[in-house]
Design a binder for this molecule. Structure first.
Ligand SMILES: Nc1ncnc2c1ncn2[C@@H]1O[C@H](COP(=O)(O)OP(=O)(O)OP(=O)(O)O)[C@@H](O)[C@H]1O
Length: 202
């Protein structure tokens, strides 16, 4: 399977934010999207996730169409917000997302182990610290299978140990043939990955 963007353009509030974006990512590939604030990194990820329409060009999958009818259906999207309910327990939140997304992968307990939070499942999500909340959000990537991970500043709020743990999870996803498209201001601890610089040439 490949994730391909061809001459992709995006806009916000009727204003062109980026244009002419192209990439071709195969199994095991990661692309880091960098650029100044407001250059369109989040907009690009939201277009790929199908949350915003492209204003030009296209995003498509090559291969894997029998399982995933379009690019968005092959993606997990980790945005700035964690999309978890403060009043529900951590387990309830993750069970919701597993049922909603389908394609169960790791169990909720296994996913919490993988993000180093084996003991918090029964706590209300709202009791957790900022970094712990981000780690639960990362666990969402693990409870259902999607080959493409779209990550918007995924390490925001993580301490150094959690950053390293997440780098290992991303590395394992790539080794398993996954694809990562990540917007970030800081290195994510992945080696040999591509780079896309936004905010130049508009
Ligand atoms: N909901 C919105 N309505 C209108 N304009 C928006 C909206 N969200 C973002 N924009 C504008 O779109 C442009 C790109 O924003 P975007 O969030 O994609 O940038 P970014 O590169 O991810 O920035 P940052 O590094 O600050 O996260 C900015 O000029 C921003 O003001």
């Amino acid at each position: 399977m490949r994730l391909i963007a061809e001459n992709l353009c995006g806009e916000r509030g009727g204003e062109q934010v980026f244009q002419g974006i192209g990439f071709d990512l195969g199994e095991g590939d990661a692309l880091l999207v960098t650029g100044p604030n407001g250059s369109g990194k989040s907009t690009l990820l939201r277009v790929v996730a199908g949350l915003l329409p492209a204003s030009g060009g296209l995003i498509r999958l090559a291969g894997g169409r029998e399982t995933f009818p379009d690019a968005a259906s092959a993606c997990h999207y980790l945005g700035h917000g964690n999309a978890l309910k403060t009043a529900l327990s951590v387990n309830e939140n993750l069970r919701f997302w597993q049922e909603f997304a389908g394609d169960p992968h790791l169990s909720v307990g296994e996913a919490l182990d993988m993000v180093g939070l084996p003991q918090v499942g029964d706590l209300p999500y709202g009791y957790l610290s900022t970094g712990q909340r981000r780690r639960v959000s990362i666990a969402k990537l693990l409870v259902s299978y999607r080959p493409v991970w779209l990550l918007d500043e995924p390490t925001a709020g993580l301490d150094k140990a959690s950053e390293a743990q997440f780098a290992a999870l991303m590395g394992a996803h790539l080794e398993d043939g996954g694809i990562i498209l990540a917007a970030t201001h800081i290195p994510l601890g992945l080696e040999g990955v591509g780079a896309l610089r936004m905010g130049e040439g508009l």
